[in-house]
Design a protein around this ligand. Sequence first.
Ligand code: BO1
Ligand code: ZN
Length: 254
Amino acid sequence: HGHWSYADKDEWPLEFPDCGGQMQSPINIDTNSTIFSRELQPVVLAGYNLDPSEQLSLMNNGHTVVLRLPGSLTIASGYPQEYRAMQLHLHWGSPEGPGSEHTVDGRRYDGEIHMVYYNPSSDSIKEAMRQPGGLAVLAAFLQVGPEDNVHYQHLLEQLHEVQEEGKETTVAGFNIEGLLPANLGRYYRYSGSLTTPSCYQTVNWTVFNQTVLLSKEQISLLETTLQGDDDKDLQNNFRLTQSLHGRKVLASFQ
Ligand code: BO1
Ligand code: ZN
């Protein structure tokens, strides 16, 4: 149980039935088919400027690199309910090709950051994961730009400490909001799932329109530093886009 890999993705539904459901993620966002909704207010975050004395766990779980986040980091606005942070992680490609999970009009970006949240009105995180809207993920695309991104440098300079699957280190607190785009007002919203097993269909997705720029060197470091299961390079850790099955994708902007 729990021994899934990106090479086996066609077989995920056999062990994890939700992976074969009708509300799966990621998706392609067809910008001509999105529906503008004036109800979608800008995302407002609270509590992200962490003191360097606060130590956060950074771990290679064999599928991605995960930074655990304190529950004091919240989404204060932009959703009808409050959400509390659990973790953030990244998806990427390889030197040969890009690796975002969502695509926009068929275009795959170099990478994607996911900040994962739960609705604290559930009794536990385990409960939240099974409730409709119990989870939220804020997603932003990573793209090569002209300069080093100083916010990402906090994570990237310690990646070598978690090269092998199962390794863990600590990162000093920094301004976590800096990992997301500056503009949190323009985004897409749809109902979907976790993009890995269990594939629970309980995620209220936000995909920001503005991308995050990292230097070529920073993207390369992400693509070539980590090892996954069986000591192979951890690359192309993205799932292919899933059918909408009639779902609507809302846009906060026109
Ligand atoms: S993602 O953002 O859709 N790529 C995604 C995929 C899988 C998880 C989270 C986000 N997995 C869950 C684990 C839980 C854990 C939670 C928070 O992440 O199944 O056991 O509590 O770390
Ligand atoms: Zn993810």
